[in-house]
Design a protein around this ligand. Sequence first.
Ligand SMILES: Cc1cc2nc3c(=O)[nH]c(=O)nc-3n(C[C@H](O)[C@H](O)[C@H](O)COP(=O)(O)OP(=O)(O)OC[C@H]3O[C@@H](n4cnc5c(N)ncnc54)[C@H](O)[C@@H]3O)c2cc1C
Length: 421
Amino acid sequence: MTKPEPAAARVTPDSLRAELSDWVRERWDPDLALRDWRELLLESGWAVPSWPRRWHGRGLPGWADELVAGELVRLGAAGPPVGSGTWLAAPTILAHGPDELRERLLAPILTGAQTWCQLFSEPGAGSDLAGLSTTAVLDGDDWVVNGQKVWNTSAHHADMGMLLARTDSSVPKHQGITYFALPMQQPGVEVRQLRQMNFHASFNEVFLTNARVPRENVIGAVGQGWAAALTTLSYERRFAALQRPAYAAVPGRALTEARAEADRHFATYSWYPQRAGRPDLVIEHARAAGVADNPVIRQAIARLVILHRVSVWTAERARQARALGARPGAEGSIGKLAASSVARESARVHSMIAGAAALLTGPDSALGGVVAEVLMSVPGQSIAGGTDEIQRNIIAERVLGLPGEVRVDRAVPFSQLTGRG
Ligand SMILES: Cc1cc2nc3c(=O)[nH]c(=O)nc-3n(C[C@H](O)[C@H](O)[C@H](O)COP(=O)(O)OP(=O)(O)OC[C@H]3O[C@@H](n4cnc5c(N)ncnc54)[C@H](O)[C@@H]3O)c2cc1C
């Protein structure tokens, strides 16, 4: 997050709404191509108002981004694109640079011209991400990348990948990693979709065989990839990309293209509401199943609703703190852990209501198969973006100040770690 510029201190939510509304009235043309409209958002600084003016923003406080994105939709115009480009890659590139990449990569993300995926996890490196073994070796003007990534959401239709690769095995594992912007559409990148137990296929295996990355596509600096990766992970724990903009169903080229873009993006995430446990459906489910007056089920529902409300308020408090300029911190881990607890508890309550029928799919099953999808999807909530155990470690060490885990592999050159390098 960047510091608001001094003049921005006078801007209030109301004054900002008024200024944006005037601007939209003057500039919005429903027949523009979506990209052309977004170019206007970039030029005017409305695309990401909290960013510096030099980089498509207005130097406003953090709260302005969400307010403006919501207001654009409310005023009947299109907002910036959703997806891990806007959500993860752009703030990482903004924070770590260099300027040449900011010039070249930020605008196509913010107009929606280029979509991104995250190439972090590997078969042998998930929680222990710094143990990754994909390598990148400089060859003339290109880095040559070899290795395998896994669980890469949306890699099957991404233009660019946020790639972590090892560029130096002679130093300890966190120090020899470089963060690259990898062009996905090339012969050295093979993407294979994985079928999940809930029948969806949103992630992939990505095989990198002599894949080439232009020398200048290093985000941050060579060997400094871990710091940039931490930036990406801190944004990932906010779940921001999962909010679908409520575009009005009205004619006009820009909104038609924006709705199609959102449809494409959210097709991958259609099961994510079920992954969150659907606590919003438990009361309806209990009534439909005729068990809403069962005292044991009522107790379970009340407990779940309390847990859910508290977690929503905690997330809201964290959002307000960020809006006031705080960097994303341990509250992301707390919120993520709370979301996992709510999801699991909700799956348990749905199972209590439906009994064994909870596992059935089809039109006459519990909530038309939604409950079965909840049961098959909730485990993913405790894994994606860092597992529950890892969030607990972060909270224990960074919030509670408890002694850190024993980490014997931190000071040893990566090449000397057993079976690696
Ligand atoms: C829905 C979903 C989407 C995802 N999208 C992406 C993506 O787009 N890009 C990407 O790169 N990755 C993605 N991932 C991968 C995800 O980041 C990893 O699955 C996650 O970090 C866990 O790594 P792992 O699967 O290798 O499990 P492991 O790290 O092997 O963990 C196995 C078990 O051991 C426990 N464990 C490990 N280390 C410790 C420890 N130090 N202390 C206590 N317990 C520990 C874990 O909690 C877990 O229970 C996605 C995963 C999911 C489920």
